[in-house]
Ligand binder design. Sequence first.
Ligand code: 8YV
Length: 331
Amino acid sequence: GKKKPLVVITRKLPDPVETRMRELFDARLNVEDRPMTQPELVAAVKEADVLVPTVTDQIDAALIAQAGDNLKLIANFGNGVDKIDVTAAARKGITVTNTPNVLTEDTADMTLALMLAVPRRLAEGANVLTGDKKWAGWSPTWMLGRRIWGKRLGIVGMGRIGTAVARRAKAFGLSIHYHNRHRVLPAVEDELEATYWESLDQMLARMDIISVNCPSTPATFHLLSARRLALLQPTAYVVNTARGDIIDEEALVKMIQDGKLAGAGLDVYEHEPALNGKLLKLAAKGKVVLLPHMGSATLEGRIDMGERVIINIRAFVDGHRPPDRVLPLRT
Ligand code: 8YV
């Protein structure tokens, strides 16, 4: 038979995924549960036919320049390809794929969880019973959060995840507003009773909650800049399950510190895994709820992502166009 492709996977994956990878490919798995070092990554791109990186790997132009002639496919284990220089890969004749769709619903669920957690003081409340301080008893004026139903949700980026967030939020009684490069289909707008804002600035000024659901690209870097964040109402909340660098994190922190913004629910950060210490102080005050990039972290989701990676590799190796091909950004 044909020689199996050498597939180097940078991170430990759930057992069923690793088992399947071993059956199908000459799979080189990272048995230690840690990111590859730079020399390990260089060795990987030199040898591999297929590289399977994750969000913790920087697959930049300098690394791609060192790739061996065998490397023809980078099959990302994940949706966001912001750490992969897709243009540099394309120039070298390397195809890039990702794992869309399978993590849409899980990420949307976590977005709603944060959207509820901050205004309804979920983390603070849970901490009353499990933290050091004892629960002194109930009072009518105690632990009052803010209602979310009847409020306006502004979604920044109405793609697959943004739309899934909108469906959920509508069921929770929020009105749906969105900003996107282009309008979504009329049928989707009708279903969600969604209002399209061509101007992000104008939308921001009118919303009660903002959810960031666009990809991180050079065009969306600090899309929520200090100037734009300042347009938000002081009662507004910001939720981000996309990528940290879409928001000017330092400006966001300052606005919450200064009482110019009610709070934030964050799953992603500008300098992951490093955390801005000021966010911890705000968390202690109940102003922010912080999660460690776990938006798509379900066992089912990770297995589905693994399957998606495998489907893309097999299609590519068999000479077909892989279904989840990612094209270079148009500039
Ligand atoms: C994962 C994600 O944590 O898919 C993404 O873009 O951020 C998350 O689903 C990550 O991608 C795994 O590589």
